[in-house]
Ligand binder design. Sequence first.
Ligand code: F0G
Length: 461
Amino acid sequence: MKTVIEPFRIKSVEPIRMTTPAERERILREAGFNVFLIHADDVVIDLLTDSGTGAMSAAQWSGLMRGDESYAGSPSFYRFQERVREVFGFEHVLPTHQGRASERILFELVGGPGRLVPNNTHFDTTRANVEHSQATAVDLPIPEARQPAVEHPFKGNVDVAALEKLIEEVGTERIPLVMVTVTNNSGGGQPVSLANLRAVRAVCDRYELPLFLDACRFAENAWFIKLREPGMQDHSVQEIVREMFALADGATISAKKDGLANTGGLLLLRDETLYQQACNLLILTEGFVTYGGLAGRDLEALAQGFEEVLHEDYLAYRIQSVGYLGRQLTAAGVPIVQPPGGHAIYIDAASLCPQIPAAAFPGQAVVCDLYRRAGVRAVEIGSVMFGGHDDEAARPHHPASPRLELVRLAIPRRVYTQSHLDYVIEAAAEMADNAAALRGLRIVHEPPVLRHFTARFEECD
Ligand code: F0G
């Protein structure tokens, strides 16, 4: 049998409101051509993000009733802590309301002016938190990561030689830690191999630097390791996760992805002093150490989610369905980052729309067309999201490489069926057939940081 089915039945449904092309045209204009400003009930298929948008299981929903809302020492916290310790092998576990809260605490403690944080590719909030501390975020992916059409089993890998070169150039005292994002979201949702993590660890050992994981999609990364890394096929996903985390001194995790819950985050630490400092900052803005800004019921949902996400039939279906979308789009002539990522497909807008220069945001033009055509909401990951940064400083080892102009179709976990994906494939294929007619955009309003959330655009003539 070839068909990989969704390994769940549907017990509760949410209606999708269908819209007309004329309605969508009006809505898009009112939103200043920024899909972040569109109301979600005006969206047919919402692929804006896989973060916090998943469907919980019956076991998670029943966990909500069990949630204990005691301010300190809730049994829900201890169940959560036990599960997290078991899954990741870390003693010090801090809950936070989402991933960026963990990042803010970490970089407030280790960032600062003159410092540099290397990563395969920083996600936007990670970069923003590094920069908010006045440190510099440096992206060091392998060269293949910058070539969308090139296949590589672990395209999320860190360029280890570039990392060593950076450390030699700037000195260890300016580098508080090395970070690796698994899977590499901004680089196409691509996995990092265990071999690469071990090589980064060896560099960190040589220079006595801590290694941190940005591990929102740790289970999807572990599944790719099981599928693709020689010798790993017989290891369970849980074993692989433990091997990945055994290499790290800490991790920031948004539990809104592989926590299979709608909110939550984690900060995992080994160093006792850093842990105590982080507890103090947690209390300052998030909450007491046994709830970290979450409700007790959220901690229950997370304890259950971190168990379910390691089920191998779930991961097989998850990676297969994202791969299905990627393969069908490729067959329909839509250029995408190859191979398909774990949580999302990334359309290569620069190659689809050569008539639109980066300054006129080809990715944003594709995003607007998908919404107009079918009510599909995607997100630009290119010059809108990352523009306005000092690129040369951020990429000293790849000064000549152009920024990628991508459009991400992120797939919420356990939410859409195959026919929803078929609808998206039809819309994207039509969009690609008409790509030569797409027009660029110009920004008419933008905030100083994270401009993609609130910027407004108008279409070029
Ligand atoms: N790191 C990575 C790699 C992420 O993808 C995200 C969030 C974060 C950190 C921050 O976590 O949202 O819980 O504060 N990514 C979402 C996305 C928003 O759409 O990719 P958060």
